[in-house]
Structure formats: structure tokens, C-alpha cells
Design a protein around this ligand. Structure first.
Ligand code: PLP
Length: 227
């Protein structure tokens, strides 16, 4: 099942778009099956589950963290994640930096989560907010252990491709504005700040049309989650 699902999805994703397999709520055996098919990037959203899976599964897996991360849980994630996609506040940036120093890791990749959806409950920086933060701070000085690689976002939970498209365009526009404004001023270019992570099982074809180069897919690979 997983093997067939992965093959189907891969056939629809162009070269240059990275597939992140979202394995949250699914057991290690299912991840192992996807691993057998060559999948190496997996994403989790809860700290305890993340930690347990890292310990059970092969070491060459690249783990991404995609869930809302409370500052008191950062220390459980920082030693194991290759990338934290869900950086959604200044406080979280500071805490990741602090914990990176504590564990003695030199560099972790991070994405800035942007809030573009209609739901108030979703987290993330508003475009204006992140523009201001990166205009007022030099990344290499304030967060030297975090390598900001791009942006992440989620469209609204509505069944409306036009709405998704509009929101994906907002993510892309914010990415461009950061690149051409505060990041350029800090010597960070599109080679380093290169990731546009948007698109999930439902909406990833639209996301790719709108410039996504990293899609995060769970349900279409592993089936529905049992919470
Ligand atoms: C769960 C989750 C996904 C995957 O969603 P599916 O609809 O199962 O593909 C992608 N991104 C984030 C941030 C998630 O929490």
C-alpha cells in the first residue's frame, strides 16, 4: 500500500521538488516500509513521538519537525532534527539558538512558518512581522546556530483551490520580499534561502504550480491518521 502510494505521488512531483513524508501518528513499521522504497525525509509534529521514532529507525533518515513547538520542548527536538520547519516566533528562534549552544551542535536548518490561512488558530509569522524582525536583526549575530533556509506555510482548511492558490501566492510573495529586502542586505541569497515548503495531500498539485519546491505529504502516503 505505502509502496504504491509513494510511487503514485513521486510520479506527480517534478524534479526539484522535495517530498517530505509526514509520518506523525503512524507507527515505525510504516515508516520502515517507506524507507525501503528509498524515502529518506520524514516529518513529525509531536516531541515525544518524534524522539521515540528517531531511536527506533535508521540513522540516515533526515527528520524534519513540523508541529507547533513550545519553547520548553525545544531541547527534545534540537538534538535530532535536521530541520525545524515550524519556526513561528521570535521567542522560538531565541530558544532554538540557546538549546543549540547547550547541546553543542553547530548548525540546524530552519524554515520560517508564515501565517496566511484564514483560521486564527494556525500559528506563524505575519508577513509584516517577519519583515520587521529580519530588518531589525542580523541573523548571523543573533541566531548564529540557525541556518534559515526558507519559508513554510499551510493553506486554509477549505475545499477551495482558488483560496489555496491565493494563500500560496502570499507565501511566495513574502519569500521574495524577504530575499530582496532584509536578507539581501545581510548577504543571504536564494542559494541559501531556497526552500518554499507548502502543499499537503489535498493541495500539493496547486502548491507546486505556485512555486513550492518542498511538499509535506502524510495521508496520501500512509492513509488516514488515527488520533
Ligand atoms: C499533518 C501535516 C501535514 C500533512 O498533511 P496531510 O494532509 O496528511 O498530507 C503537512 N504539514 C503539516 C504542518 C502537518 O501538520
Amino acid at each position: 500500500m505505502i509502496t504504491e502510494n509513494l510511487a503514485k505521488i513521486r510520479a506527480t512531483i517534478p524534479d526539484g521538488v522535495t517530498l517530505v513524508a509526514v509520518s506523525k501518528f503512524h507507527p515505525a513499521e510504516m515508516i520502515a516500509e517507506a524507507y525501503q522504497c528509498g524515502q529518506r525525509i520524514f516529518a513529525e509534529s509531536r516531541e515525544n513521538e518524534f524522539r521515540a521514532k528517531v531511536e527506533q529507525l535508521p540513522q540516515d533518515i533526515e527528520w524534519h519537525f513540523i508541529g507547533h513547538l513550545q519553547t520548553n520542548k525545544v531541547k527534545q527536538v534540537v538534538p535530532y532534527a535536521s530541520m525545524i520547519q515550524s519556526i513561528d516566533s521570535e521567542r522560538l528562534l531565541d530558544e532554538i539558538e540557546k538549546q543549540m549552544q547547550k547541546v553543542g551542535r553547530t548548525c540546524i536548518d530552519g524554515l520560517l512558518q508564515l501565517h496566511v490561512a484564514q483560521e486564527e488558530t494556525k500559528s506563524g509569522f505575519l508577513p509584516d512581522e517577519i519583515m520587521t524582525l529580519l530588518t531589525d536583526n542580523r541573523i548571523a549575530e543573533r541566531w548564529p546556530h540557525i541556518r534559515l533556509r526558507g519559508v513554510m506555510g499551510m493553506a486554509s482548511f477549505v475545499d477551495d483551490p482558488d483560496q489555496w492558490r491565493k494563500e500560496f501566492r502570499q507565501i511566495k510573495a513574502c519569500y521574495q520580499a524577504l530575499l530582496e529586502g532584509p536578507l539581501k542586505a545581510q548577504g543571504i541569497d536564494a542559494q541559501q534561502f531556497s526552500v518554499l515548503s507548502y502543499g499537503m495531500s489535498e493541495d500539493y498539485p496547486v502548491a507546486i504550480q505556485e512555486g513550492s519546491n518542498m511538499v509535506r505529504i502524510g495521508t496520501s502516503i500512509f492513509g488516514p491518521r488515527v488520533y
